[in-house]
Design a protein around this ligand. Structure first.
Ligand code: ADP
Ligand code: MG
Length: 753
């Protein structure tokens, strides 16, 4: 069955129109219907030309008297001046073009005698009122606008303004939609929102909503339709997630209950050896995980937590419960540095408990295991050994990067997958790792920083959520200061402060946005480890920022610091993603031990690096980083009992989003607050893009920030529907919409890969 919406545009229109629409990526009638107006020009009431007031937003019904195009006098470009009349008075309309050709369409349409509606804001030029770039609709250009009456009636309606492309201006798109909508019936447009949901929510059907979006009688009608389409987006997404949750909930998993007291237990021994008491949050989340791991249904949980809240210990305790029960745990980290560090941290935390299987283990206890590290850059011998330990079960815990996803990696009995700092992993990768268990392993995903609830619901909607909001007591806190980059007194002071920290036995990070000084600004290091989130359109490399000094680079800053008098005699280390893995490890170790107490690095240190003695951080070009990234970076200092200091060096101008971000950073260290603020300051694409979920591509009208309430409603409705019909056999249109969405995401994912 071919639906009307699947009809190709070549069939519905002449070749030229179809080709032009194709430039907007529109292939089918359904695509065209889904090309929503970017905004609506509000015509308001019809005005008399004689009564127009400057500054007023008006619509007039008028006829073109004359139109002239000429080159601009003092600069490049062309100017079109059109004089229109309503029979009594005259008014000028002005259009500017980059060159004459760009006014060609207007010239063709606004010929003397043409009659239509013109909408715009009244301006004043040399004492005369005029409209600059008014929106307009001309009589006769659209089939039913053939009389004054029709125009007058039309005059009260909002004019949809479409995202357009060369050769296909907004009014042509409007015309094409008119043709389609004229013959569209309810049966042509499947509605993924079931009737009962729609009725309960008091929303129009899909066909009606499309008509209202593209040809609204009033703005209110258009907004109502937008609301319904937003709901639909949220609903389809949430239904897909609800199905995914239901499916995993129905899978079998191996129950990994905690051992009874008295039995030799890694977890018990570990708890007994902890040098600190768990926070209440760590304890509560730990209990939650313990119960779910003990169940024969797979756990599927997101652990989000403040930077430094101690997620690693929580995850390790869950892993130990699984190892105690005879299973293995895999810990997946986004970078080699972090994977190596995790392995080191886990071994250190476990102490003798991690020396199982070693013949000469100093104090073998009854319960012990091994931690294996598996990354892409291991030498052949080390790799073979790690693979063997994973496959034999000798390693209860296997830590690694993407390398863990490779087919050669096998586990004896994989019981739990922990994904750290989820930001960089997609759903697909999660699935690839989970597929390595004989039955579904339990899954724990940890975010790097807290995320707002609706983002969690949208991007991680297939997971249950736990949060750690408190950081362990006894941390001295961090002071954050914005430092103007061009001020040499500040610069001197910065390095003097770093020197003070070093002299007191502490360490400092210096973060740069790129590695090489001559590297293209737009192209950050190829290494996955170093990709900062370049998200500020007003940043360097963007238009209008030509006079900005180039970004500071690791290699250059290292040299500079080595010759600074303040840092004389201080060993300066260097870390970035282009170093070989063993050198990265060595540099981290030199820093951690204090041998090289100042480390110049890329954002490679962003996630999870844990050196308690690190107290100072200097971030160059801080305006180039997103809030969550800054928060994450800053979380690297002030982790011990000494107070932290974070210096954000930038030339951000007050009033820019970049400045607002830095200001927020100096005012709070509360990750949840910052996450919400971040959402407000960012565009949607950034938010979802950063979260790296293909699913995000489906969101067009939906705004994760503003539509929080609507997302919640859609989620509730979707859960009901999926409960009523888990396979959605009763809701074929919804099932179809989800399939279509998955296909689209798949494509997107493949394109990105
Ligand atoms: P994050 O949640 O950012 O991943 P980590 O797990 O790296 O945080 O923990 C940060 C630091 O706090 C580590 O050095 C860890 O050993 C320490 N830590 C964890 N829990 C506690 C606690 N309850 N009391 C004191 N220190 C703790
Ligand atoms: Mg961590």
């Amino acid at each position: 069955m071919t639906e009307r919406v699947d009809e190709r545009l070549e069939r519905a229109f002449d070749k030229r129109t179809a080709t032009a629409l194709g430039k907007l990526g529109l292939v089918t009638v359904g695509d065209l219907l889904g090309h929503y107006p970017r905004r609506y020009a509000d015509p308001g009431a019809l005005s008399d030309i004689a009564a127009l007031e400057v500054g007023e937003h008006v619509t007039i019904l008028a006829r073109v008297e004359q139109a002239t195009v000429r080159p601009m006098r003092n600069r490049k470009g062309a100017l079109m001046e059109v004089v229109v009349t309503d029979g009594n008075s005259r008014l000028s309309l002005t259009f500017f073009g980059k060159h004459r050709g760009s006014l060609y369409n207007h010239e063709k349409r606004l010929v003397p005698g043409a009659k239509g509606l013109f909408t715009g804001t009244v301006g004043l030029y040399r004492g005369t009122r005029q409209l600059t770039h008014p929106d307009f609709t001309l009589m006769g250009e659209e089939s039913d606008l053939d009389s004054d009456e029709a125009l007058l009636e039309h005059a009260t309606k909002p004019i949809p303004i479409y995202p357009a492309a060369a050769g296909i201006p907004s009014w042509k798109i409007q015309g094409a939609l008119r043709v389609v909508l004229d013959t569209l019936t309810d049966d042509d447009v499947p509605d993924p929102v079931p009737d009962e949901v729609r009725e309960r929510e008091g929303m129009p059907g899909r066909t009606a909503a499309l008509r209202s979006l593209h040809r609204p009688a009033t703005l209110k009608e258009a907004y109502r339709a937008q609301h319904r389409m937003r709901f639909e987006e949220a609903f389809v997404l949430q239904a897909a997630l609800a199905q995914r949750r239901a499916r995993t909930a129905a899978e079998d998993a191996t129950a990994r209950p905690p051992l009874p007291p008295g039995k030799p237990s890694l977890l018990a021994d570990f708890d007994a050896s902890l040098p600190f008491v768990l926070t209440d949050g760590q304890r509560a989340v730990g209990d939650e995980l313990a119960v779910e791991l003990a169940s024969p249904r797979p756990m599927h949980r997101l652990l989000q937590g403040e930077v430094g809240s101690g997620k690693t210990v929580v995850a390790l305790r869950a892993m130990l419960q699984v190892v105690d029960a005879g299973g293995q745990a895999a810990l997946l980290a986004p970078t080699e540095v972090l994977a190596a560090q995790h392995a080191r941290t886990l071994r250190a935390l476990l102490g003798p408990l991690a020396e199982g299987g070693t013949l000469f283990g100093a104090e073998r206890t009854d319960a012990s295991t091994r931690v294996a590290l598996l990354t892409g850059s291991l030498g052949a011998k080390a790799r073979k050994e790690a693979l063997l330990q994973a496959a034999s079960g000798e390693a209860g815990i296997v830590v690694g990067t993407h390398a863990l996803l490779s087919e050669q990696v096998q586990f004896a009995d994989l019981g739990l997958v922990v994904v750290d700092e989820q930001h960089r992993f997609g759903v697909e990768q999660r699935d690839a790792l989970r597929a390595k268990g004989r039955v579904s392993p339990h899954l724990l995903v940890m975010t790097a920083t807290p995320i707002p609830r609706t983002v969690a619901m949208t991007v991680f909607g297939d997971l249950e959520t736990s949060s750690l909001t408190e950081v362990p007591a006894g941390r001295a806190g961090i002071t954050t200061v914005a430092v103007p980059a061009r001020n040499t007194r500040w610069t001197d002071r910065t390095w003097a402060r770093v020197r003070e920290e070093v002299d007191a036995g502490r360490r400092a990070y210096v973060v740069c946005a790129r590695i090489h000084p001559d590297e293209e600004t737009k192209a950050p290091a190829k290494d996955f480890d170093d990709v900062p989130e370049f998200l500020d359109p007003s940043g360097p490399g963007a238009e209008g920022a030509a006079d900005r000094p180039p970004l500071r680079a690791v290699l250059e800053v290292v040299e500079e610091l080595r010759s600074r008098p303040e840092l004389a005699g201080v060993e300066i280390g260097m870390l970035h993603g282009q170093l070989p893995a063993d050198q990265k490890e060595a540099e981290m170790a030199r820093f951690a031990s204090g041998e090289a107490p100042v480390l110049v690095a890329t954002t490679v240190i962003e996630v999870g690096v844990d050196v308690p003695e690190a107290t100072a951080m200097v971030i160059f070009d801080a305006d180039r980083f997103g809030i969550s990234q800054l928060h994450q970076l800053r979380g690297r200092v002030g982790r011990g009992t000494d107070p932290g200091l974070c210096l954000l060096v930038s030339d951000a101008e007050p009033g820019t989003p970049a400045f607002a971000r830095l200001e927020a950073m100096t005012q709070t260290t509360d990750g949840f607050k910052l996450a919400n603020l971040d959402l407000e300051l960012r565009s949607e694409g950034d938010v979802l893009g950063a979260a790296q979920s293909g699913r995000a591509s489906s969101l067009r009208l939906l705004r994760v920030v503003k539509d929080a309430g609507l997302i919640e409603e859609a989620r509730t409705a979707a859960v009901d529907v999926v409960q009523a019909s888990p396979d959605l056999t009763e809701f074929p249109e919804l099932a179809q919409a989800i399939r279509a969405q998955l296909d689209e995401d798949q494509e997107e994912f493949l394109e990105r890969a």
